[in-house]
Design a protein around this ligand. Sequence first.
Ligand code: NAD
Length: 266
Amino acid sequence: MPRPNPFDFAGRSALVTGAASGIGAGVARWLAAHGISRLVLIDRDEAALQNLQLASSDTSNIGTIERHAFDVADPVRWAECEAGLGPLDHVVVNAGIGGSGTMADVSFQEWRRVMDVNLDGAFLTLGTGLRALRKDGGAMRGGSVVVTSSVTGVKPVPGIGPYGVAKAAVAHMARIAAAENAAHGIRVNAIAPGGVDTAIWNAGEDFQKAVAQHGRDAALKGMASTTPRQQFATADELAGEIGFLLSDAAANITGTVLVTDGGYSL
Ligand code: NAD
């Protein structure tokens, strides 16, 4: 039964990984502001996860917030989490880390570090999430999933080989899951952002040097100079786009990789 307001998430449950910072925190805030009844927030940064503020009580009817601090690449922790998870309506497969190195020179250790979180972690999240979306006392429940890929998984960008490969793989994983689950009433899409102003950039050596020389704002502006929009997106802009894909307003959209990059890939 379609809702009069397709952005009404009242009565629904959502799981978000990487929820303590950046895009994931933005999605948690967006869902809270759109009336979600139960949020399951997962991140390995326990302090940031506990400190995350969602919305003031007057703008949100949010019922339950569950915060679980663990590494999304840990299958044992996912098995424990799944045992008590119950049914879900929405999943955002979002936790990720940056990583650099050319295909000729990147070490196997760095390759595995990036794949561990960005691919294995996404696989474990997606599988757990899909089973919870199907769970409703044996009846078909339906729901929607968004996987955070990257424009670097669509357009080859030199120097971040393992990251780009992992992001291409998770976008394809979303498309396979979309094909497998459409008959269950489950939609699965990927979002492929260009630069977004979040903490993920802080670990990059070039970015650290630019921040030391020019300050963070100028460093971000410099990095955005090759993007037609001339600026990075904000985490809240990304949250709105992910929220749209999760919502009933996107009822006919599944298996899409939505590029949101200010024109970077043009
Ligand atoms: P962020 O660093 O602000 O947030 C990432 C969150 O994921 C952090 O809270 C971190 O603690 C958590 N996390 C990392 N590894 C984890 C693990 N193994 N287990 C549990 N939690 C873990 O960065 P962000 O930009 O918000 O990143 C969110 C997603 O967006 C990532 O998948 C990233 O690759 C993707 N992305 C970001 C950009 C960008 O420019 N910021 C562009 C394209 C794609």
